[in-house]
Write a protein that binds this ligand. Structure first.
Ligand SMILES: NC(=O)c1ccc[n+]([C@@H]2O[C@H](COP(=O)([O-])OP(=O)(O)OC[C@H]3O[C@@H](n4cnc5c(N)ncnc54)[C@H](O)[C@@H]3O)[C@@H](O)[C@H]2O)c1
Length: 272
């Protein structure tokens, strides 16, 4: 299914690591919808080689950038504008990494230096990207900038650890920068709060399989897939959503508005 809703749009997509990545699916959908864009990831992620293959397949330039480095981001924006032949219409920030989760540190015994690194990679990089784009005046009017988030920013999911605060920060940056970018040249900034999804970042969270199932049963529509997330991103990059900004948008099959689902309750009762 494609309708050419991104025909003529130019973008930058961060965070496609492998075929499971949300950003990978977004790249495929944006390509099918007629956009041209550059792909980027941390230099260390280039070692896997998959991103280059995706770039070759859909004819995109791949530009390495550590999203915590202002220098790398400046280079990325300059090269992208040059490669795409004009200003940018959309940016996807699809980056997340927790050092404490990786190193299996409990939330009550966190290493705060690692926590700073986590915030830098997972949230401050969003502000840095927007700051570089803003100062270089590289966004077209009614451009669209998106970050991906999770409902642990609002509710407690104990094993999500410091990523909960990272996401709260990310969502706040979207609101605050959304104001400044809106006033400057009507650029929209939003976050999409996605269902648990089987990706490298997702499955790194302790007990992921259980809470994937829990969330799937709790949501009247079930968990939203990576493909449907990509389609939702494409609508937010398109001209059909020009007046949507500074929002955290749930893309979760209804999970965020549920209190109790009898399906889940019955399952639990049956298991006893
Ligand atoms: N998978 C889920 O369950 C889920 C749910 C909601 C939101 N999200 C969010 O979606 C986004 C994408 O994650 P994903 O699930 O596709 O996993 P993923 O592991 O495929 O993507 C995470 C990406 O972040 C990149 N990255 C890490 N450090 C970086 C740095 N310094 N500079 C540039 N890039 C860096 C990684 O290389 C990787 O490509 C993340 O923000 C994640 O928190 C994921």
């Amino acid at each position: 299914m494609s309708n050419g809703i991104l025909k003529g749009k130019r973008g930058i997509i961060f965070g496609a690591l492998d075929e499971q990545s949300l950003a990978w699916k977004v790249a495929e959908v944006c390509h099918a919808e007629g956009a041209t864009f550059t792909l980027t990831n941390a230099p260390v992620a280039m070692r896997f080689g998959s991103l280059q293959k995706l770039g070759e397949k859909i004819g995109c330039e791949v530009i390495p950038a550590d999203a915590t480095s202002m220098e790398d981001l400046e280079n990325l924006i300059d090269k992208s504008v040059e490669a795409l032949g004009g200003k940018i219409d959309f940016i996807l920030h699809s980056i997340g990494m927790s050092v404490n989760v990786r190193k299996k540190k409990e939330y009550t015994d966190i290493n705060h230096e690692w926590m700073k690194k986590t915030f830098d990679v997972s949230a401050i990089s969003f502000h840095k990207t927007m700051q570089v784009a803003y100062s270089k005046d590289c966004m077209n009017t009614y451009g669209s900038i998106l970050g991906l988030t999770y409902i642990a920013a609002q509710r407690v999911f104990p094993d999500y650890s410091e990523m909960a605060e990272s996401k709260a920060l990310l969502e706040s940056f979207a609101r605050s920068f959304g104001y400044h970018f809106g006033v400057k040249n009507k650029v929209r900034v939003n976050t999409i709060s996605q269902s648990p999804t089987m990706t490298t970042a997702g499955t790194g969270v302790k007990g992921f399989d259980q809470f994937f199932d829990y969330s799937d049963k709790m949501s009247p529509l079930g968990n939203a897939s990576a493909e449907s997330c990509a389609q939702y991103c494409a609508t937010l990059f398109s001209d059909y959503t020009r007046m949507v900004t500074m929002q955290n948008l749930y893309h979760d099959g209804g999970f965020s508005n549920m209190g109790m689902n009898p399906t889940l309750l019955n399952n639990q009762t049956n298991m006893e």
